[in-house]
Design a protein around this ligand. Sequence first.
Ligand code: COA
Length: 260
Amino acid sequence: MPLQNILVEIRSRICYIIINRESKLNALNFSTLAELGEAIKQAFLNTDVGGIIITGAGPKAFVAGADIAEFAPLDTDGGRKMAETAQHNVFDVIEHGNKPVIAAINGFALGGGLELAMACHIRLASANAKLGLPEVTLGLIPGYGGTQRLTRLVGKGRALEMILTADMITAEQALQFGLVNHVVKPDALLPKAEEIMNKILTRAPLAVASAIKAVNAAITDAEKGFDVEINEFAACFATDDTREGIAAFTEKRKPDFKGK
Ligand code: COA
């Protein structure tokens, strides 16, 4: 698929995906979502890639939402198809990925932009970022998982206040809410994302994948989450990396993980 709305670069085992519609504050139109979904799937399959960092082009926006220009012709069926397609092909794929995905929020993360960031495993924000779900100002509600993921991340009361008022919150408030893990100066955003990703990339890749699956189960499958953890824990013992990690600790050396 030729890419027109995103940039994809792989450097030192990190796949950088940059939403690249700066003149529209990187709003997610349908073709951007299709490209994004495909790029994410390719990165998860690519053995040269250990993790993904997603950010927005330019200094102003991560993503300012779904592209409102595409909403006007939609009816009920169109709205359902829009939400289902994006959730299944992009947002859920990110959340359930076998490699870590970090959102580097470099400005406005609104509507679908915040929903994209919330589907990622780890969120960092630059100090100038503004986050919110303003859909009710358009007579809508979030449709890319926002009502569910925001509630899980910040709790029902804060989620309802954000969604019902449509107010944006600052990066510092997002940090206080636990919606982002770190707030840094704008020029420190990618270096901080790389620092975290590079640390994860020194860990055993199959264990990282198992950990994502087990932690996700706490949210998506709470009753069976402990069973998922038991199964993923057990599965680690079938990997060379677990033997290597245990041997390296015993031999007082750094592990050399192969992802096998
Ligand atoms: N969909 C489509 N276009 C968008 C967009 C979106 N979600 N967000 C911004 N844009 C476009 C604007 O229409 C404008 O395009 P134009 O120059 O062709 O007119 C361009 O991006 C710049 O945005 P602008 O509104 O001029 O910037 P601003 O600094 O004055 O305001 C925001 C920034 C983010 C506050 C404002 O753009 C905004 O409210 N965007 C919509 C946010 C939203 O409701 N998102 C949820 C959608 S479900």
